[in-house]
Design a binder for this molecule. Structure first.
Ligand code: ZN
Length: 280
């Protein structure tokens, strides 16, 4: 496949190999802006790929465009593996959500929900910052005010699935943010893994429905096996997924159960789950 790919006057796409969750193998970066440009996802930690990434950035400069900053959608290693190196190499500041600092990332500018990144050029380009926690607490999306293109990071993907792991991940917030994105009616989503997605609202709805269906299976599994732990429940609630995937499915399961506990449907005692007894 050729890289980079020009998607519009304001968006160019470039992918690089990263240590990401299979079956995905690469992370997509995006150059936003027609003259002033920000580069989203300084992702690759690999030397050969960083070299290509720098060459891509320099090729934008040689077209008379001026690089303004590197933008991080969130702190996961397959998104920021090149951040410090590329910032130094290209002499660019790093922008991201303030919570990225909790994960040891250095920030030169904080991007917060509701603010606008303005990029000047023959075609002006304004990007609204959306803070979309759930997959990661510092997750950001960027929405084009001109044509409703939406940079979605790891909120959805066209290759692989999005893992919500308890701890920094939060299923309630993730589902809330997915429905927020769905309501935007974006024309095109630019994910960090895989090809651009046209009319992504359908995909956001499908993700929400898929998680809802899984939650029903999980609640059923807990009802059938009161007092079961995660190892026992994953076999029942994820019977449809290959056992090799179960260690990862267990993280997802735990995130769903955390939601069900918060919502009062499930009780957790000594790492064992039961349905909450209805008050008599
Ligand atoms: Zn991620």
């Amino acid at each position: 496949m050729l890289r980079p790919v020009r998607l519009s006057e304001r968006v160019e796409r470039f992918f690089a190999r990263t240590p990401t969750l299979p079956p995905a193998t690469h992370t997509e970066s995006y150059a936003l802006g027609s003259r002033e440009v920000v580069l989203v996802e300084p992702a690759t930690p690999y030397e050969d790929e960083r070299h290509e990434w720098v060459a891509w950035a320099r090729s934008l400069e040689s077209q008379g465009r001026s690089l303004v900053a590197l933008v991080m959608t969130h702190h996961h290693p397959d998104h920021v593996g090149g951040a410090e190196f590329l910032a130094r190499e290209l002499g660019l500041p790093l922008w991201g959500h303030p919570r990225a600092r909790n994960f040891g990332l250095k920030l030169d500018r904080e991007l917060v929900d509701g603010e606008t990144v303005v990029l000047n050029g023959p075609t002006n380009s304004q990007w609204e910052v959306l803070h979309t926690p759930g997959h990661a607490s510092d997750h950001l999306c960027l929405l084009s005010k001109e044509d409703s293109t939406l940079v979605v990071g790891d909120m959805v993907a066209s290759v692989g699935t999005i893992l919500i792991a308890p701890g920094d991940g939060n299923m309630i917030e993730y589902l809330h943010q997915l429905s927020r994105l769905e309501k935007l009616g974006a024309t095109l989503a630019l994910p960090a893994h895989g090809d651009p997605i046209e009319n992504p609202s359908r995909l956001f709805r499908a993700y929400i429905a898929h998680r809802g269906m899984r939650e029903v299976w999980i609640a059923k599994a807990v009802g059938m096996h009161p007092g079961a732990d995660l190892d026992q429940l994953v076999k029942v609630a994820y019977a449809d997924t290959p056992v090799e995937i179960h260690p990862i499915a267990k993280l997802s399961l735990a995130a769903h159960l955390e939601k069900l506990v918060v919502e009062g449907q499930v009780e957790l005692r000594n790492e064992r789950y039961s349905l909450t007894r209805a008050p008599s």
